[in-house]
Design a protein around this ligand. Structure first.
Ligand SMILES: Cc1cc2nc3c(=O)[nH]c(=O)nc-3n(C[C@H](O)[C@H](O)[C@H](O)COP(=O)(O)OP(=O)(O)OC[C@H]3O[C@@H](n4cnc5c(N)ncnc54)[C@H](O)[C@@H]3O)c2cc1C
Ligand code: FES
Length: 281
């Protein structure tokens, strides 16, 4: 497994108060939660969120929480005060549609931070971040931190312009930002790999680290291209999860060396060469 810096705080299990749950018009939502006792998080870590708000009557349907990247709020909170953390998500299935109904003042169960953070690039390397769909959310804080130290290219892809979540936040960063949309409504028409190929062709292997988060076919395609170019590629997997902390075995991913790894504990961050892509759906 890839190395990652030590985490300051242990995960907490708590009920967080919804501060805001704003729709962005493209089916995406930005949820801001006030969390007491927040220990802070590393870029790349995630939380498990209960699917719907807790109202006067405790509801357990759907039973399983949903994993969500921490978009903002990586600093630990001060003692006795609550910290605001943000999650960007898309209402795609039953759980996230319920989450989209959460109103300010309601309570949402939170467990986290979970998983490991992104490993650092070598000093002086160009960093290239590739985000597809909601995978973009996992990369934002990492882009912020990398951009303080080295040149960063951010390649974002989605089906259409409205689905490029977090775009305004990336535009505000000092990074080389390029977008691709499949319908051509913003940036290059086509897939995000069309933006990646010329970048990979232009660097020596030791000059770049690539970080990718998005749908599995996109991560597989980026991993293949990076492998051909000899460039280190780190992926953040978005497998379905049921518990989030290594108990249910529901998130296991096959490894090239044989056996399986639990994405919620050993991941979600992996060196792309560790993952047996042929064994993933
Ligand atoms: C580390 C990580 C970070 C993520 N970050 C984000 C993010 O920032 N924003 C975002 O929009 N999405 C993110 N996702 C994806 C997000 O978790 C899914 O889109 C979400 O779980 C879908 O939930 P749903 O209720 O809408 O869909 P549904 O299809 O209704 O439910 C999916 C959920 O059902 C359960 N489930 C389904 N099949 C099984 C099964 N076979 N066994 C056990 N349980 C099952 C699981 O709990 C699964 O998570 C992330 C995923 C991971 C792993
Ligand atoms: S989600 Fe349960 S073991 Fe990983």
């Amino acid at each position: 497994m890839t190395e990652s810096p030590a985490l300051n705080g242990s995960p907490i299990r708590t009920r967080a108060t919804v501060i805001e749950n704003r729709a962005d018009g493209g089916g995406g939502f930005c949820l801001t939660l006030a969390v007491s006792g927040w220990p802070g998080a590393l870029p790349g870590q995630f939380v498990m969120l209960s699917a719907g708000p807790r109202t006067a009557v405790e509801r357990w349907d759907p039973l399983l929480p949903r994993p969500m990247a921490i978009y903002r709020g990586h600093q630990p909170g001060s003692a006795g005060e609550s910290t605001e953390i943000q999650v960007l998500y898309k209402a795609t299935g039953a759980g996230t549609r319920l989450l989209a109904e959460a109103l300010p003042g309601q309570l949402v169960r939170v467990v986290g931070p979970l998983g490991v953070g992104f490993p650092s690039p070598s000093s002086g390397q160009r960093v290239c971040l590739v985000g597809g769909g909601t995978g973009t959310a996992s990369l934002y804080e990492w882009a912020v931190r990398c951009a303080r130290k080295q040149p960063v290219s951010v390649l974002l892809g989605a089906r259409r312009a409205q689905e490029l979540i977090g775009l305004e936040d990336f535009e505000a960063l000092d990074v080389d930002l390029r977008c691709a949309t499949e319908d051509g409504s913003l940036g290059t028409a086509g897939r995000v790999t069309a933006l990646l190929e010329p970048l990979l062709a232009d660097v020596k292997p030791e000059e770049m680290s690539l970080y990718v988060c998005g749908p599995t076919p996109m991560m597989r395609a980026c991993s293949e291209r990076a492998s051909r170019a000899g460039i280190r590629c780190i992926v953040s997997l978005e497998n379905n999860m049921a518990c989030g902390f290594g108990v249910c075995l529901g998130c296991a991913v096959p490894l090239t060396e044989g056996g399986f790894s639990l994405v919620c504990k050993a991941g979600p961050i992996y060196d792309a060469r560790e993952v047996d892509w042929a064994g993933l759906p």
